[in-house]
Design a protein around this ligand. Sequence first.
Ligand SMILES: Nc1ncnc2c1ncn2[C@@H]1O[C@H](COP(=O)(O)OP(=O)(O)OP(=O)(O)O)[C@@H](O)[C@H]1O
Ligand SMILES: [Mg+2]
Length: 247
Amino acid sequence: MAATDTRTPTVVVDGIDVEYRVFASGKAAGNQMSLASLKPKGVSTYRALHDISFVAHEGESIGVIGHNGSGKSTLMRSVAGLISPVKGAVYASSRPALLGVNAALLPNLSGARNVMLGGLALGYSKAEVEEMYEDIVEFSGIRDFIDMPMKTYSSGMSARLRFAIAISRAHQILLIDEALAVGDKDFRQKSQERIRQLRDTAGTVFLVSHSMKSIRDVCDRVLWIDHGRLMMDGDPDEVIAAYEGKA
Ligand SMILES: Nc1ncnc2c1ncn2[C@@H]1O[C@H](COP(=O)(O)OP(=O)(O)OP(=O)(O)O)[C@@H](O)[C@H]1O
Ligand SMILES: [Mg+2]
């Protein structure tokens, strides 16, 4: 048994099972309408996570890896408190901020308006967002396009803006789902630098990515999820080697 762990926990995930409700769809929408298709269909459940447990600490940046559909985004949504587990519990020392590639920004509005919207969505006041605005635009590196509608942005440009919004203020717990993967090399470096800073100021960062390079560059610990189960939790090199050996 190792010496007593003196690090401060920020997130405790205690044996969670997470289920989605899936509504069976018959052929009712097609032209093969029959009485049989009008029968009420049951709601089935799909168990996306099975008995996941881990403890995250201040100053850790934790990679989350696994095949498509393994449950990584589900795990991030559970840590963020957006989905309740059917079994077990999640405890967090402060409200985690989830940065997903699908963050709700509006394509018809300008980047500038979306900065305001995104900031408000993260729980900041209008005055706070106004104060952060300059830093966000600077970090995004897309100042020349900030008054253009977001639908005219490339996916990398909108990813930059989302990332800049989400990381504008130090969150104690930041969950990043894939957002780095679409940025170019310069922006990835800048983002990674920002993540390290956050980690060094005692934050906890989770990074979901299919880029083992990003994971290696940023993370000091990796969780490998496979079919909704935690396969491994440990040193990035060891966990990535095991994942790649199997994949
Ligand atoms: N809203 C939903 N309703 C029903 N099932 C869902 C829902 N969201 C996800 N699932 C299912 O849960 C499982 C885990 O999905 P999840 O999105 O967490 O995977 P992931 O590891 O993030 O995958 P990816 O690498 O493709 O992003 C998948 O089998 C998926 O089909
Ligand atoms: Mg996902």
